[in-house]
Design a protein around this ligand. Structure first.
Ligand SMILES: *Cc1c(COP(=O)(O)O)cnc(C)c1O
Length: 431
């Protein structure tokens, strides 16, 4: 085909398959397709059928950018893949609350203005034993708000071993600086004692901050005070102790401290994330002393950092599961975490049978900066390396790891139904 044989935009649009489509979109898509066809001809290639290409182009331009993805990486709380999939109970609450009006900030008893913070507080109090609770947009916001409300213009004492970066540049010293508080570092990277905090306390001290090391561990010659020892120091100086727990498992996940334990050990405020080991929506939860939570609620930043109604609805649904011991592990992240290896192996075997792959034992990870050393025994179906890219760009996209020249489809992060979809995606990618 020569350049001058290409149809004009108008000629293409007269094709009956394109008549009746939104004109502006069709014109744009046709221009793009003709441009690609011209490039192809100049490169000595055949441009292929134009109208079909325009229809494909239209379909992909209508496809949403934010899409559901099948996670075959074996990383449970995958930060790049949206962290925690929501439980059905959480999704049902989102649909219910989002599809109409709600009492988000309305007190139905009194017929007057209420607070969005009042909906989840009773549940969080019962789950953690705290006096009061507050929910904001994410845990980074929770820490920022706590530091701003309690430490602005004054000093916050932190161990050098806890000046961590969580990922994507969230660094404790930077957050501290943004809150308006001044950082006072104590101890060393590997060893900090209660007396180091004690010595750093002065007239400008606003609070002691403890940060869970989350995504790394210091092993060997290391020491840090127990939380109750730190709480004793804080109490002796009448200072609040704020514990940034990060993951905030409500119970039974490795050696992760729970918010309840942290409060019992003497922390005055505990901050944790809604979408790590809780397995809910992105959210930051603060629980603790009523007078301190009240200070956070009244701070102007609270208005900017507060959670949206859809988040609150999803979190309420998730917390409802956590509250009942028989449903506690039903949030997808927790279900995947506790699933026995035999079940995962059987899933990998079914997948391998469907696609002619090989079963391989693998190690899954918690991810999301939680339990960095935990190795979860898992199983994958191994297929050709060349499929990885086509699986990623397929519909639905499948994200997997490539190792030693093969694509590993880890089955700990897939449900049975998702494994079926992965099988179909492999067949389509090979075609
Ligand atoms: C993950 C984490 C944060 C940030 O939480 P987000 O929910 O990602 O905003 C803060 N502190 C610690 C210790 C964490 O592990």
């Amino acid at each position: 085909m020569r350049l001058r044989d290409l149809p004009s935009v108008d000629e293409v649009l007269r094709d009956e398959r394109l008549v009746g489509l939104p004109r502006g979109l069709a014109v744009d898509a046709t221009r793009r397709v003709l441009e690609l066809a011209r490039t192809a001809i100049r490169d000595g290639a055949a441009p292929g059928p134009i109208v079909e290409a325009v229809l494909d182009e239209l379909e992909s331009s209508r496809r949403p950018s934010l899409r559901r993805v099948l996670n075959a990486t074996g990383v449970l709380v995958h930060t790049n893949l949206g962290r925690a999939p929501l439980a059905d109970e959480a999704l049902a609450r989102v649909v219910e609350v989002g599809s109409g009006y709600s009492n988000l900030e309305y007190d139905l008893e009194r017929g007057e203005r209420g607070s969005r913070q009042d909906h989840l507080a009773p549940l969080l109090r019962r789950l953690t034993g705290a006096e009061a609770a507050l929910v904001v947009n994410n845990n980074a916001a929770a820490v920022l708000l706590a530091l701003a409300a309690l430490g602005e213009g004054r000093e916050v004492v932190v161990s050098r071993g806890e000046l961590i970066e969580i990922g994507d540049g969230f660094r404790i010293p930077d957050v501290l600086a943004r809150s308006g508080a001044r950082l006072v570092e104590v101890g060393t990277t590997n060893r900090t004692r209660a007396t180091d905090y004690e010595r750093a306390i002065g007239p400008e001290t606003a609070l002691l901050l403890r940060v869970h090391q989350s995504n790394f561990r210091v092993v060997g010659f290391s020491e840090r005070p127990r939380l109750d020892e730190l709480a004793e120091v804080a109490r002796a100086h009448d200072l609040p102790l704020v514990d940034d727990l990060g993951s905030g498992s409500l119970g039974g996940v490795g050696d992760e401290p729970t918010p309840a334990e942290s409060l019992r050990a003497g922390a005055d405020l505990v901050c944790f994330s809604g979408d790590k080991l809780l397995g809910g929506p992105q959210a930051g939860i603060v629980v603790g002393r009523a007078d301190l939570v009240q200070q956070l609620r009244r701070h102007p930043l609270q208005r900017a950092l507060r959670a949206d109604k859809l988040t609150l609805a999803a979190l309420e649904g998730t917390l409802g599961l956590a509250f009942d011991p028989t449903t506690r592990d039903q949030a997808p992240v927790l279900r995947m975490l506790h699933e026995p290896l035999e079940v995962i192996l059987a899933r990998a075997e079914r997948l391998a049978e469907r696609v002619g792959g090989e079963v391989e034992e693998t190690v899954a990870r918690v991810g999301g900066g939680a339990l960095p050393l935990a190795e979860l025994p898992s199983a994958a179906c191994a297929v050709e390396e060349s499929l990885a890219q086509r699986l990623r760009t397929g519909n639905p996209p499948v994200v997997a790891l490539v190792r030693d020249g093969r694509t590993l489809l880890d089955c700990r992060t897939l449900t049975d139904a998702e494994a079926e979809e992965v099988a179909a995606a492999v067949v389509a990618a090979r075609a």
